[in-house]
Ligand binder design. Structure first.
Ligand SMILES: Cc1cc2nc3c(=O)[nH]c(=O)nc-3n(C[C@H](O)[C@H](O)[C@H](O)COP(=O)(O)O)c2cc1C
Length: 329
């Protein structure tokens, strides 16, 4: 998720059992033609990261192929994904959901990406631009060589309004021979379980993981218990510490702003609304620590992180999907 699934968020998710994660989308042009710090930070793994898919967007086959080659060399991804779902105007015309209007071009992009790597190439689509043409698009993508197709059950015109159409996602799952991952509106274990029964190979969690990495632990163990307030406060602080560590790293400027976390931190503490005004104005780690101090007294619940890391390290997203299908109810 652009603006969210950076290395620190992915690390917290993986520590709680996410089988794999996806980077924020990266401009294939930016990556292929330059090497700006922003693109590098979007793709760069945290130390020891495994099972991370790198997502690219673009419309030019040769540029995507060059970006794939760079991404494979620089970012050590588990697979490469083509964004065909982003509806925002900044991306429109440069790829994203626009490609749903020109599926033939999308198929060509997948073929170009495949030609540039031995890794799996996948695609993330919406149901269509303003009407559902997901079957036709997904079948063409599978024929072009997409190893996995993720479907967000809304059209681009819907943006994030209404509810994701899981019947439509299930229909895609039934119409192609490659694994289909469903995306849209999953916020808890019960919903994930129900959605899995629709026949998808796995579910993807987006907004439900913001300030809630434990949703992956809940899915992995079946235990839906929400962590205590002190654990959540300690994790919010750790998120900020990881943020500073990552962005102050080799490519960073040394002075790291916590501004991008202002929209995230309140999600850790929805039950303490009095804190929100302060959290959305946080500038430094010291301020955040002061703010959270009354609640900081609990372990972080990272006891299973190494176990989860080993599972994720075992294979490609495809093999993980097979494991998921076998191991998960
Ligand atoms: C702020 C935001 C940024 C997103 N960025 C991306 C993105 O970069 N790539 C992508 O494939 N989907 C992106 N999505 C879509 C999500 O991956 C997901 O399909 C959608 O939000 C529905 O799932 P959810 O209800 O679990 O969030 C984004 C969604 C949001 C809200």
């Amino acid at each position: 998720m652009a603006g969210y699934s950076d290395a620190p968020m992915r690390q917290l998710a993986a520590e709680q059992g996410a089988l794999w994660t996806v980077s924020e989308m990266i401009s294939s042009r930016g990556l292929a033609l330059g090497s700006d710090t922003e693109s590098l930070n979007l793709g760069r793994p945290y130390a020891g990261e495994v099972g991370r898919v790198v997502q690219l967007f673009g419309t030019e086959p040769e540029v995507l192929a060059a970006a794939v080659a760079k991404a494979e060399g620089w970012f050590a991804p588990a697979a490469l994904d083509l964004n065909m779902g982003c509806p925002v105007p900044k991306v429109r015309g440069k790829g994203g959901a626009c490609l749903l209007q020109t599926p033939e071009l999308a198929f060509e992009l997948i073929r170009a990406m495949r030609g540039a790597t031995g890794l799996d190439v996948s695609a993330k689509i919406r149901l269509g631009w303003d009407s559902n043409r997901s079957l036709e698009v997904a079948q063409g993508l599978a024929e072009a060589g997409a190893a996995i197709i993720t479907v967000h059950g809304r059209t681009s015109a819907q943006r994030y309004t209404g509810e994701a159409d899981w019947d439509a996602i299930a229909a895609v799952g039934a119409s192609v021979s490659v694994p289909v991952i469903g995306s849209g509106d999953i916020r808890n274990v019960e919903q994930a379980r129900q959605r899995r029964q629709s026949g998808v190979a796995a579910v993807m969690i987006g907004r439900g993981a913001v300030g809630n990495p434990w949703i992956f632990r809940a899915l992995a163990t079946g235990d839906d218990a929400w962590p205590s307030l002190p654990t959540r406060a300690a994790t919010a602080l750790r998120h900020a510490e990881l943020h500073i560590q990552f962005y102050a790293g080799p490519l960073g400027t040394g002075r790291v702003s916590l501004l991008p976390l202002r929209k995230v931190l309140p999600h850790y503490l929805p039950d303490v609304p009095d804190l929100h005004a302060a959290l959305v104005q946080i500038e430094t780690l010291e301020q955040l620590r002061d703010c959270l101090m009354p609640y900081l007294e609990s372990p972080l619940m990272t006891d299973r992180a190494e176990e989860y890391r080993l599972v994720a390290a075992q294979s490609t997203p495809q093999a993980l999907l097979k494991g998921y299908a076998v191991n998960r109810p």
